[in-house]
Design a protein around this ligand. Structure first.
Ligand code: S3P
Length: 169
């Protein structure tokens, strides 16, 4: 049977988790988040995994997660970490939706959140803004390439984003 999953990809802080929750409310689908799965597998936060084991170890966990998702998950909205789009089997997991925003739009969104400091602190790859912009610029074309659907989410109400995604899958 063809998998009916939606995989949300995009840069850190763009709102993948928020959109996943919106999609769940407006559909009969379930939700799962790759960072949550990894934290639960490891019984430690992403920040700690990066600090104690380094990034390659984290990427290996993402790969393991991607294989598991392909085998085991159906009818589910999958929100992902910003680097998960690199998984070779991502297209076998489901329909890939890229949530697109400018870098400034992402920073504005993070800064508008009541827990902005924590949103920044918990993300190892957002600690240095110059490095983060470089990472953003290098990833944007790759996100576009892997996506089945691209949705511009900048300054858009959640209901409209959800409607747009459900109308296109
Ligand atoms: C990462 C994004 C993070 C998390 C890890 C690495 C990345 O997830 O997976 O810190 O490489 O962009 P969010 O996109 O939810 O911040």
């Amino acid at each position: 049977m063809k998998k009916k999953n939606i995989i949300l990809i995009g840069f850190m802080g763009v709102g993948k988790g928020t959109v996943a929750r919106g999609l769940v409310k407006s559909s009969d689908m379930f939700a799962i988040d790759t960072d949550d799965l990894i934290e639960s597998m490891e019984n430690r936060k992403i920040k700690k995994i990066f600090a104690q084991e380094g990034e390659p170890y984290f990427r290996a966990l993402e790969k393991k997660t991607a294989l598991w998702l392909e085998q085991s998950v159906n009818n589910t909205i999958i929100s992902t970490g910003g680097g998960f789009y690199k998984q070779e089997n991502i297209k076998n997991i489901g329909t890939v939706v890229y949530l697109k925003s400018s870098f400034q739009g992402i920073l504005d969104r993070i800064n508008a959140a009541p827990n902005a400091a924590n949103k920044l602190r918990k993300r190892p790859l957002l600690q240095n803004l110059d490095e983060a912009i470089k990472l953003y610029d290098s990833r944007v074309p790759q996100y576009e390439e892997v996506a089945d659907i691209v949705v511009d989410v900048e300054k858009k109400p959640l209901e409209n984003i959800v409607e747009e995604i459900l109308g296109q899958i």
